[in-house]
Design a binder for this molecule. Structure first.
Ligand code: AMP
Length: 425
């Protein structure tokens, strides 16, 4: 995919002495230390450094735009980017770094007084109502803070928001170094994947993944579905899931309000064939593979995991009614491992269970080990998936770690991401 890139600007075309708005993805995991929040994993911060340093060396002022979490289009203290600013201040990568907590006229005046070499982080872009809706007025206001726009947030490119798409439609805009590198690496994988191509999809938010799962199912030889997403596929087979997590349409994006994800899962299963290609040829296996057994409990924090075989242990007693399926079971692990080990390419996005609780982390850990062990080309994406591999100290055995979760899922599923489309030459 061709993009307008920073790396292609040479000589007099180089951006210098301008105010550059950079969309970064500082939606990083935070943890509490000594009573205050700090950054738990700075991979995404490090990822943006090369582009920022390069622009500062050329005498530009840099304004960083990012989101953090999912605030409800209004300021919420727990989603402030201030902890990220404090962390960066401690790292001292950019001695002249400041934080502005609003986008008022005063903020703009303050920025206009800055000099080349200075960096400002603006507060969470999702505190503003025009961000997700990408209203023209909001995008124009944001764009008026700078002269040039650079996108360095691959992981947000699947969202047509004001800070990813709106500004890019107004200002001269370019892909940053890391964004360009990531697109090139992922593109190489989809053009000619070594087969069988096995996609492993987990996590909880099916609203983010359902379309990509449907597209991946067309491209991939096998799709292994685990985590909360699998509950939709299990229920689609009329197997009881009790109180298991099924994302309600209301929790998902407003635009998708009428979607019933269980019905969608059923359609995906029906649309895909019953013969899958594995290394030694075709076998009569359903292309969409979901758990045959699960570990369950009636509480996310429980340490009393109960094994349920989905084909036979299905009782509907009052006790069962409160059960949630929280991890894939041993038979499912065995099945998924076998398929991953015979793959040519594996793409994995999303944990297989509530891996934050050790009682339900086995599925994710075992799949991480299989992905690390397979001789296939391996690509992983998504914060939790990366964490799971890091926890098991296996991330060095992965061929490509994408910064984007849903963005890489959609990209690999063949979708043109809105944030990239606006950077086309
Ligand atoms: P996502 O952002 O969609 O990748 O979701 C990641 C989250 O999914 C993690 O916090 C997991 O705890 C959660 N998760 C994984 N499996 C399940 C499950 N079976 N039920 C509920 N939540 C789950």
């Amino acid at each position: 995919m061709k993009l307008r890139t920073l790396s292609s600007l040479e000589g007099s075309k180089k951006i210098s002495n301008q105010t550059v708005l950079i969309r970064v993805d500082y939606n990083v995991p935070l943890e509490e230390k000594k009573g205050s929040l700090t950054v738990a994993d700075d991979t995404r911060l490090v990822n943006s450094k090369k582009t920022i340093d390069w622009l500062l060396e050329n005498g530009n002022k840099v304004i960083l735009l990012s989101h953090l979490g999912r605030p409800k289009e209004a300021p919420e203290a727990k989603y402030s980017l201030r902890p990220v600013f404090n962390y960066l201040k401690e790292q001292n990568w950019w001695p002249k770094l400041s934080f502005i907590d609003n986008i008022s006229q005063d903020a703009k005046d303050e920025i206009s007084l800055l000099r080349g070499g200075e960096v400002v982080i603006l507060e969470n872009m999702r505190f503003y109502i025009g961000e997700k809706q990408n209203t023209r007025g909001h995008a124009q206001w944001l764009a008026s803070f700078g002269d040039v726009f650079v996108n360095e947030a691959f992981s947000s490119c699947h969202r047509a928001h004001a800070s990813t798409v709106g500004i890019a439609q107004i200002l001269p805009s370019y892909a940053g170094f890391a964004l360009e590198e990531e697109v090139n690496a992922l593109e190489k994988i989809i053009k000619t994947p070594a087969r069988p191509l096995v996609a492993v999809v987990g996590g909880a938010k099916i609203s983010d993944k359902v379309e990509a799962t449907a597209n991946l199912a067309r491209m991939a030889d096998v799709v292994l579905v685990g985590g909360g997403v699998a509950n939709n596929f299990i229920k689609a087979q009329k197997v009881e899931v009790h109180k298991s997590y099924l994302e309600s349409a209301v929790e998902a994006d407003d635009k998708k309000k009428d979607i019933n994800y269980v019905k969608t899962a059923k359609k995906i299963i029906e649309e895909n064939c019953w013969e899958v290609y594995l290394k030694d040829g075709y076998i009569p296996l359903q292309k969409i593979v979901y758990p045959v057994d699960v570990w369950a409990a009636s509480d996310l924090k429980s340490d009393q995991a109960q094994l349920i075989n989905l084909d036979r242990d299905m009782h509907d007693t009052d006790k069962d009614k409160n059960l949630m399926y929280l991890d894939i079971g041993p038979k499912t692990i065995r099945l998924f491992q076998e398929i991953i080990l015979s793959a040519g390419t594996v793409f994995w996005n999303g944990p297989m269970g509530v891996f934050e609780n050790p009682s339900f982390s086995m599925g994710t850990g075992e799949i991480a080990r299989a992905v690390a062990k397979t001789s296939a080309v391996t690509v992983i994406g998504g914060g939790d998936t990366i964490d799971a591999l890091k926890n098991a100290q296996l991330e060095k055995q992965i061929d490509f770690v994408s910064t984007g979760g849903s963005a890489s899922l959609e990209f690999l599923a063949g979708k043109v991401l809105s944030g990239l489309a606006v950077l086309a030459p």
